[in-house]
Design a binder for this molecule. Structure first.
Ligand code: UDP
Length: 254
């Protein structure tokens, strides 16, 4: 598994060289980080769940014609993806106030927004991923105006699709973060969805109880993260009721 050349290691994933030119293998780790990696832990089973949930979502997005980097899942922790040039932006789509938006504008968490809002953050850990506007993005050349248009229309389609997908299984999509890349295909350049979509990158609340089924359980020391992610996977129909929690290592019996 780890004999391949490592191209890049991030906080929750590793990218390895793929089997063919233009492909990479995306490996999901169990590492959890928050607040720009000031808070860290290893949560056994998280990587396996995110791999499966992200596979399900990317397959569905590919099926409705949203271009993505995803090719297929390879095993419990890895997926085959197309190599893209990552645009250095975190694109956040919000439907309901929470997290940094609530703090910034003094909105109660859970307040429905008048419409969906798209925000851009510059991907730079040293600077703590600062929020930026389209003006910054074009002035500094991180993306061209046409690319920003493509990103915004894809983000809206993805939001509409995900909102319906989660609503169908009793989950309210509060907000999420996505990343895009440039894919070069026969002299053509296309913007495609990259990275992952999982409970690590979304806020997901149970419709009935507002229970959090996402990474806020880790950020806010609530516990039960693997159980919450498993619940999301079960509701999406990815794992059957009886399937055991994934990737539990051997248990020491005393
Ligand atoms: N998010 C993410 N990675 C980041 C920052 C945010 O996946 O580095 C997601 C986060 O899980 C939430 C959404 O983007 O679903 C909006 O996050 P917010 O700006 O409220 O920041 P936070 O409160 O998480 O710091």
């Amino acid at each position: 598994m780890n004999r391949r050349r490592r191209i890049y290691e991030g906080k929750a994933k590793i990218l390895y060289e793929g089997p063919e030119p233009g492909t990479l293998v995306q490996h999901f780790k169990d590492d959890a980080t928050a607040f720009n990696a000031k808070k860290k832990d290893v949560i056994e089973g998280k990587g396996v769940l995110n791999n499966r949930i992200s596979e399900h979502i990317f397959n569905n997005l590919n099926a409705i014609g949203v271009p993505t980097h995803f090719i297929r899942r390879l095993n419990m922790r890895e997926q085959l993806i197309r190599e893209v040039e990552i645009i250095p932006l975190e694109v956040v789509v919000r439907n309901v106030a929470a997290g940094s938006l609530s703090q910034r504008l003094g909105l109660d968490e859970g307040t429905q927004l008048p419409r969906s809002i798209i925000e851009f953050y510059y991907k730079n850990d040293e600077l703590n991923d600062p929020m930026v506007s389209e003006e910054h993005i074009t002035a500094f050349g991180w993306a061209a105006p046409q690319e920003i248009d493509d990103i915004m229309s894809l983000a809206i389609r993805i939001n509409d699709f995900l909102t319906g997908l989660f609503l169908g299984c009793g989950i309210r999509l509060i907000d999420f973060k996505i990343e895009f890349g440039r894919l070069y295909e026969n002299d053509m350049l296309r913007i495609v969805l990259a990275d992952e979509i999982s409970p690590d990158s979304c806020r997901l609340w149970d419709i009935g109880s507002d229970e959090k089924l996402d990474k806020d359980r880790f950020r806010r020391d609530m516990g039960g993260l693997v159980e919450a992610y498993t619940e999301v996977a079960r509701r999406l129909g990815i794992m059957s009721e009886n399937e055991p929690l994934p990737a539990r290592g051997p248990v020491l019996v005393k």
